[in-house]
Design a protein around this ligand. Sequence first.
Ligand SMILES: Cc1cc2nc3c(=O)[nH]c(=O)nc-3n(C[C@H](O)[C@H](O)[C@H](O)COP(=O)(O)OP(=O)(O)OC[C@H]3O[C@@H](n4cnc5c(N)ncnc54)[C@H](O)[C@@H]3O)c2cc1C
Length: 661
Amino acid sequence: MKVIFTDVLVIGGGLAGLRMGIGAKRRGHEVIVLSLVPPKRSHSAAAQGGMQASLANVIKGQGDSEDVHFEDTVRGSDWGADQEVARMFVNTAPKAARELAAWGLPWSRVTPGDRQVIINSQKVTITEREEARGLIAQRDFGGTKKWRTCYVADGTGHAMLYTASDRAICEGVEVHERAEAIALIHDGKRCYGAVVRDLITGELRAYLAKATAIATGGAGKLYRVTTNAVICEGIGHAIALETGIAGLGNMEAVQFHPTGIVPLGILVTEGCRGDGGLLRDVDGHRFMPDYEPEKKELASRDVVSRRMEEHIRKGKGVKSRFGEHLWLDITLLGRHHIEHNLREVKEICESFLGIDPAEKWIPVRPAQHYTMGGVRTNHTGESPHLKGLFAAGEAACWDMHGFNRLGGNSVAETVVAGMIVGEFIADFCDKPENTVAMPMGLVEEFVEREEAKLQALLNSKGSENAFKLNVEMQEIMIRSVGIFRNGDALKEGVEHLQKLLERSRNIGLTSKAPGVNPELVAAYRTQKMLKLALTVAYGALQRTESRGAHFREDYPHRDDQQWLKRTLSFWRDENATLPELQYETLDVMKMELPPGWRGYGAKDYIDHPDTAKRLGEIEEIKKRMESKDRFAVQEALMPFRDKLPGELRGLNERIDEPLNG
Ligand SMILES: Cc1cc2nc3c(=O)[nH]c(=O)nc-3n(C[C@H](O)[C@H](O)[C@H](O)COP(=O)(O)OP(=O)(O)OC[C@H]3O[C@@H](n4cnc5c(N)ncnc54)[C@H](O)[C@@H]3O)c2cc1C
């Protein structure tokens, strides 16, 4: 048995994993980052549109602050978010954007003077301030009151990931690529590391660490049509679930992005609509203002995606041999803008659709995009169920997105959570009581168990084909657990997935190669993915309300009275075919922003009994503190600063809010 020791094992080399690794390494701990692919090819590279941070540099961002970003994020989440975590996030996002700039990230920058932009389909001239010259530029995005999204043309994730990866190399963070964590090693109370499979030789190794962090990204491949890459299969989620101890939070909350290109589902960024692009139907009619007069194309993603599907159901879709779609029109932005700010969109349209988006409309339809659910953590990023296990990024439920994440808040979360959780991991490793003797007998047991499972698959004479089961699962997820959900379809979906899980225990392989063997990989991953799919589908079946991206046609209201709670899924018994669900209540009396109307979407929620009382309390606090500044008022409403690592508690500077002014 090959054993590798380190202080911190980070599973995942995307933005979140790298930033956590850098943080722990800077504090003097040995770090190993594992990745399926070279870190620079992690899925973070695909992020196009940008990162939210309330810098208030551009004129349309004037007046922005942590307060506005916080409100947008909580409304976006449909009140599913942990508001303290959302506060920690918005306070740290400007620091993270500036840190990346200091590391050499080539953010697009402000040029002072007049410039023409498209707002609500009209050409408008805006004037950028001289004081903003050379500062980080920001664009409009969905569900935000201000232009807050920092960007690098439409290759933001690529630039961020290359910067973070180069920084990790600089700091001496060790990376082991083509290595897949297939099980966590634990004794039911504490996590000791992971069993890792070398994807080239097939060898199993034990990585043992004081702290283990999951940063394995999303699970888009549970669905047939997704904007996610092939490596986004949710294996990090699954190995946490398979401990039987660590819980996953809100797995039923799955985001669909309005503009996946048809038929492939490849994303064209929200930046297209942020910069002024319009959605049109079969008649060329711009339909979003009919549904959402206020935010139009820039309501939050869950709302726009539903409106698009609703419009198609009304017979307004464009028929094609790949099914129906709608149009995204960015021709009005002009060739110069597209070739400078939406270059990747242009390339995607040319390469995959054979069209020039400066001339022709883009065929789009909502596609699975983001996994709000993940390994449940507390505000330090540690699992409340399994000591020594941490998580950050899309694989985590920290939980700042609740039931719908805002565009631009995800890459922001990766680097912000990376900064914060990296510090808490370092604190954890600093504590002498966390330096534990590794239980080598247990480690051996875990490695042997995984070895036996793989060997059983290789020897199996089973009749099931892993690839076929996987496709069947993806079809069910789209059909039964998609944008519109209802009890009957969900029940049928759950039952079908249960049967698939049982069938997956009888997978047979034609190739017996122990090393590079796509069949073997598909076999063990499909078994894990089916469990994960069941957490999504079963969670959705049980949640008899609509919140954010989870929409039940049979329960169309957001029901704060019954459902202001986070779902926790556990897989206690290896032979089970359903997860065990528990619920974590969100306390209205501790909220800075009690539940209300989001400002877009339906206005038909069922109130929580405490909401009126808390609103009264808030009004009183605000009245009492009329003479105080916004920071003191916020502190009185919901203190959060002491939850942040010391060096991240400071205020953020803006043109209109100089720190020494
Ligand atoms: C097309 C597209 C565009 C997007 N645009 C934006 C945007 O403009 N703004 C925004 O905020 N968000 C955007 N997002 C979302 C955002 O990009 C992701 O949520 C975020 O980058 C995820 O980062 P991460 O570090 O959590 O995971 P990832 O970057 O996905 O990294 C996961 C890492 O885990 C590794 N890994 C996975 N499983 C294992 C395992 N079992 N063992 C070892 N390693 C493993 C992988 O190799 C990889 O290194 C976009 C998403 C997509 C799909």
